[in-house]
Design a protein around this ligand. Structure first.
Ligand SMILES: C[S@@+](CC[C@H](N)C(=O)[O-])C[C@H]1O[C@@H](n2cnc3c(N)ncnc32)[C@H](O)[C@@H]1O
Length: 277
């Protein structure tokens, strides 16, 4: 897949801030809750043996590996992600029916029309600044009746930890370096999701807001995950010395949320499923 030919959309998160350390942190920390959300999405999509599945924005490939076991030897899973370091880690997941490529949701031309039964996007949709092109591509790649499952950040909702981080970054000296755009991600709400499905040839079967609870062992773990899951964009707009100071300032305030059970952060996410006309 020719990722290099793809031009990043204006406002899209940077792909050049990722590092070996962030990729490894993501692999380790996402193996709990993020992976479980993906497994649930795969179960809800009722993925069957023999099906061909596209894991779009597959990260380090944990979910794709799980789905490869669901589709079995007569099925196939293709994992696509624009971050080469994440795809490098994904390649360590070996199955005869599983392959990974560096690629982008805005440039899937190398994949043939109507060749997938399912597209799964776990924690990816909110990274896409423009939604119709990737959804139209998914519709093109799916056979008629093929399914799409999306689990994503919910618009208008920010976890307690995100609110703390935004507050710190709005204070001096960090506010001298505002993010290039107001928000880090591009979440949608349920109505917008329904409209996007309608515009791109999908019939929604379920669009639901789910309550989530995430428990962290330490403030440091929260921040490391925020860095890893945003592939370095969380504090990546700051010069190195301020980045370190911001990390410490956010950690100190997040530490105040510590309970006997750890840092408990309540959240909400959007789960959306549809099939192609
Ligand atoms: C939070 S990670 C989720 C990874 C994986 N789906 C999982 O469940 O662990 C978000 C992923 O979205 C990917 N992503 C960002 N922009 C993308 C794009 N334009 N096309 C495809 N994937 C993208 C990132 O590279 C990153 O690996």
């Amino acid at each position: 897949m020719a990722a290099a030919r793809h031009l990043r959309l204006v406002g899209a998160p940077s792909l050049s801030l990722d590092s070996d350390e962030l990729a490894r942190d993501y692999e380790r920390i996402s193996a709990t809750r993020q992976f479980q959300a993906g497994q649930k999405l795969a179960a809800d999509l009722a993925i069957q043996p023999g099906e061909r599945v596209l894991d779009l924005g597959c990260g380090t490939g944990l979910l794709a590996e799980h789905v490869a076991d669901l589709v079995g030897p007569t099925g196939e899973v293709v994992g696509i992600d624009p971050l080469p370091l994440r795809i490098e880690l994904a390649h360590s997941k070996r199955r005869d029916n599983l392959r990974f490529e560096v690629g982008d949701a805005y440039d899937l031309d190398d994949l043939a029309n109507g060749t997938f039964d399912v597209v799964i996007m776990n924690a990816v949709f909110h990274w896409l600044p423009e939604k119709t092109k990737p959804l139209l591509e998914c519709a093109r790649l799916l056979r008629p009746g093929g399914r799409i499952g999306i689990s994503t950040m919910l618009k208008g909702h920010r976890t307690h930890v995100h609110q703390i981080a935004s507050k710190v970054l709005a204070e001096p000296p960090f506010n001298q370096f505002p993010r290039p755009r107001a928000q880090l991600a591009f979440p949608v709400d349920a109505e917008e999701m329904r409209a996007f499905f309608g515009m791109t040839g999908f019939v929604p079967s379920r669009i639901e807001v789910l309550e989530t609870t995430r428990t962290w062992p330490s403030a440091e773990a929260v921040i490391r995950y925020s860095e890893a899951s945003t592939f370095g964009n969380f504090l990546g707009h700051l010069p190195p010395e301020l980045k370190n100071r911001a990390h410490i300032a956010i950690r100190q305030r997040v530490q105040c949320l510590m309970t006997a059970d750890g840092i408990v952060d309540h959240g909400r996410r959007l789960v959306a499923m549809a099939h192609r006309h």
